[in-house]
Design a binder for this molecule. Structure first.
Ligand SMILES: Cc1ncc(COP(=O)(O)O)c(C=O)c1O
Length: 347
């Protein structure tokens, strides 16, 4: 598959591949006669219609927006800083803290347990915190950024059961689509059962369209009203909707792309785990969290453009081109060699 020429930061979990030929054709084919005109309000949305059909959801429970960020902003904006609390897992996507702080909204967290080769959602801790702070919003990211682990539908339902009916329980699925074990039907079933749940999805990662800013929300029956969410009055971008529908109609292309990413992920993890001072954590996303074991962790820095230190002792590696993956592994090997030399001097 064609690689898009990589530029600057490659450590933000974007896909270094071209979108599907159907997507490219949709952009080229866009009917410019549509440009001067608004959509016919929300109900003119071709993407919402397509999504409601694919997910078997009533159309008023499907919203289209400019990426998941668009919905996250609406969710935080609905909070009263004097009163409302958002509860999210930690570690989490940095935007959650960034935006909560910008809006003066209190962000409480519950733990992910470090199992040495993977992180796990600590559901007990989440339930304990729900009881303690009665959050207006419970925000779960699965697969989680930066840890790469995901939550099972069973555990997610435990959280839904514990949350007050007046809270919105959000599942941020920005990284869905790189996990063969993911049980979509089980989560959609929960959406039918729990009226205060919402699933957020993005075209940024799996569909390699981060720059075009397209995402959507699938709402439980009462979820929109909890945050007084109102669909776009004038509709979204007609060009983006055509692009998104073309992406949805390119499943064979994107399944192949996801397969390549999963293969790269497993190969990268295997190469890292051969080293003594690094551990690749289990990931269901298009990146891998790598633990830097002591004594290398202290003062460790990384030059590889696909890696980024995301918390003490851990770096997140976005799955870039094979050349970049090879370069990353070579850099780790070098760091080990250097350490060996230093230790040798001290022997
Ligand atoms: C967990 C998570 N949610 C949401 C987003 C943003 O998604 P979008 O590009 O659809 O706004 C990101 C981007 O990296 C992310 O890591």
């Amino acid at each position: 598959m064609q690689n898009i020429s990589p530029k600057k930061a490659m450590n933000r979990n974007e896909i270094e591949k071209a979108p599907s030929p159907k997507v490219i054709a949709a952009i080229r084919r866009f009917d410019l006669a549509k440009a001067p005109r608004y959509f016919d309000g929300y109900y003119g949305s071709s993407l919402a219609l397509e999504l409601s059909r694919r997910f078997n959801m009533p159309r008023d429970q499907v919203s289209v927006g400019y990426g998941i960020e668009f919905f996250l902003r609406s969710i935080f904006d609905s909070c009263n800083p004097k009163r409302d609390v958002v509860l999210a897992n930690t570690p989490h996507y940095t935007f959650y803290s960034f935006y909560a702080q910008a809006k003066g909204v209190r962000l409480e967290t519950f733990r992910l347990a470090d199992k040495g080769d993977r992180f796990e959602f600590d559901v007990e801790d989440c339930i304990k915190k729900i009881r303690a702070v009665a959050p207006k919003i419970v925000l779960i990211t699965s697969p989680n950024n930066p840890t790469g682990n995901s939550i099972t539908a069973k555990n997610f339902e435990r959280i839904l059961r514990a949350a007050p009916r007046t809270s919105l329980v959000v599942l941020d699925e920005a990284y869905v689509g790189f996990d063969d074990e993911y049980k979509e039907a089980a989560f959609l079933k929960l959406l039918k059962k729990y009226e205060n749940m919402v699933i957020l999805r993005s075209f940024s990662k799996r569909y390699a369209l981060a720059g075009l800013r397209i995402g959507f929300a699938l709402w439980g029956t009462r979820a929109k009203s909890i945050i007084r969410y109102d669909d776009l009055y004038l509709g979204g971008s007609q060009l983006l909707e055509d692009v998104a529908v073309a992406a949805l109609n390119s499943e064979a292309y994107y399944r192949k792309l996801a397969r390549e990413i999963i293969t790269d992920r497993e190969q990268l993890a295997a190469a890292v785990n051969k080293l003594k001072n690094f551990t690749a954590y289990e990931s269901h996303a298009n990146f891998v969290l790598v633990k830097i074991e002591p004594p290398l962790a202290k003062n460790f820095s990384i030059k590889s453009p696909i890696a980024k230190i995301v918390m003490p002792g851990f770096m997140r590696v976005s799955l870039g081109s094979h050349k970049h993956i090879a370069g990353f592994i070579a850099e780790l090997k070098n760091a080990e060699l250097k350490l060996k030399k230093i230790n040798g001097r001290h022997d």
